[in-house]
Design a protein around this ligand. Structure first.
Ligand code: 5AD
Ligand code: SF4
Length: 444
């Protein structure tokens, strides 16, 4: 097609877009930015995939299952909306690149290139060419310029990862670790606080190794001096990089919430070595003990992988015992999933799906049985809850988060919507499986 042909095409700037997001909080943040970029270029958001012109799938490749859902989403949407343009964004886009054209993608956008999406779409519209934009190396962070009020705002402070854990595809998908400059982080904190946010949720693959003045503990300390910031949380922490300063911060910074997500992955030193995790179980227990002696009310949560190559029954038992002993208040547990271009994929002694499944069920059953009794300690306490809105099931019941990051549903005389963003005192009355249930204190 030549230049003259282009001018004959009418470019409809009121095209509609939908976004489907898989994976981690970073993808949730990125999808919000993509949405702003698209709206800023004249596209209209559309929830119904049958009516949309463009479907952006923000993908996750950390395990095989979410990766394979990309194909089923494309097939499903195409069968209901034949003319839809498919954009593959996120980790699968970066890892698999133009191979995804064969699966029906029109545009492939790696995680560092979302600002280019409108120009990729107009080029595709004008020329019909399928386009991919993947190179890494540009350390720009997309800033949150949304006017939307958020109770809790994710703020990325880092991209990528240099750890190369043997099972993990993230370093290949998201590139080397890059720290976001302090001024940019601060600017974004001010931006969201001005819009009414009271909780700052810092994000990174390994936040503890954020590079900047004062390190990660210094960053938290500076953010906590900003008026309007009432709560600070972060994820994810690597046990080998937790600094004494950060542990101290849990004791002396009352804006830093008593919750730490500290992925253990395995309780066996042999498997931790094979995973290249750079710590042993003794070190992990030391962190747990130190942090609990400084902040006794802290809630710990974790990630566990069962069935890593070579994992014996004895190794699994060590994981099982560690999880039971540490008394986590939340756990994400997974069967090991072999990922392309990772060290573990080439290791011998892969475990059968059957054994992985059996170990996962055993671990989860123990955890689920134990959790309600662990949460019982909150019953009878008055807890300060940041209100998020009505509960998911009953619009007359309100929902919020405790300092320990537990969801709590509670009864109140007020309209739940009118309490959104406020921190109020709730008496915990019951544990209902994983959620707490309570009642607003009369004088909140
Ligand atoms: N297989 C299973 N689980 C994995 N995770 C990361 N890579 C894999 C894999 N190949 C899990 C880890 C990590 C979490 C985000 O996902 O537990 O902490
Ligand atoms: Fe993956 Fe390990 Fe980096 Fe976490 S620390 S993103 S598990 S390589």
């Amino acid at each position: 097609m030549n230049e003259t042909d282009h001018s004959k095409k009418t470019y409809n700037i009121k095209k509609k877009f939908s976004i489907r997001t898989f994976g981690c909080q970073m993808n949730v943040y990125d999808s919000d930015r993509i949405s702003e970029i698209m709206k800023g270029s004249g596209y209209e958001p559309e929830q119904d995939v049958e009516k949309t012109d463009i479907l952006i799938i923000n993908t996750c490749s950390v395990r095989e299952k979410p990766r394979n859902r990309v194909i089923s989403v494309i097939e499903n949407v195409r069968s209901r909306n034949a003319g839809v343009k498919i954009v593959i964004a996120g980790c699968v886009a970066q890892l698999e690149g133009e191979e995804l054209f064969a699966d029906g993608a029109d545009i492939i956008a790696g995680p560092d290139w979302y600002e280019e999406l409108p120009s990729m779409l107009s080029r595709n519209e004008l020329t019909g060419d399928r386009i991919s934009w993947l190179d890494q190396g540009d350390p720009r962070f997309l800033a949150n310029s949304s006017e939307k009020f958020q109770v809790s705002a994710f703020i990325p402070i880092q991209k990528g990862c240099d750890n190369y854990c043997a099972y993990c595809v993230v370093p290949a998908a998201r590139g080397p670790e890059r720290s976001r400059p302090f001024e940019e982080i601060l600017q974004e904190v001010h931006h969201v606080v001005d819009k009414g946010t009271s909780e700052i949720f810092l994000l990174g693959q390994n936040v503890n190794s954020w590079k900047g003045d004062g390190g990660f503990a210094g960053l938290i300390s500076k953010i906590s001096t900003i008026e309007g910031v009432k709560r600070i949380r972060f994820t994810t922490s690597h046990p080998a990089d937790i600094s004494p300063e950060l542990i101290k911060a849990f004791g002396n910074n009352n804006k830093l919430m008593p919750w730490l997500h500290l992925p253990l992955q395995s309780g066996s030193d042999r498997i931790l070595d094979a995973m290249k995790r750079k710590y042993h179980i003794d070190h992990y227990f030391n962190i747990v003990n130190n942090i609990r002696s400084i902040r006794s009310d802290i809630a710990l949560t974790t990630d566990i992988i069962v069935g890593f190559p070579g994992e014996t029954e004895d190794d699994f038992r060590k994981t099982f015992d560690a999880v039971s002993k540490i008394e986590y208040e939340g756990m994400f547990s997974f069967k090991y999933s072999s990922r392309p271009n990772t060290a573990a994929a080439l290791m011998p002694d892969h475990i059968t799906e059957e054994i992985k499944g059996k170990r996962l069920t055993e671990l989860q059953t123990m955890f689920e049985a134990k959790l309600p009794s662990l949460l019982q300690k909150y019953c009878g306490q008055a807890i300060l809850v940041l209100v998020e809105g009505p509960s998911l099931r009953d619009p007359l019941v309100a929902r919020g988060r405790t300092p320990q990051n537990h969801v709590i549903n509670f009864i109140t005389d007020s309209d739940p919507q009118s309490l959104v963003g406020r921190i109020i005192s709730i008496k915990v009355e019951e544990v209902r499986t994983h959620t707490l249930f309570g009642c607003a204190m009369p004088a909140f």
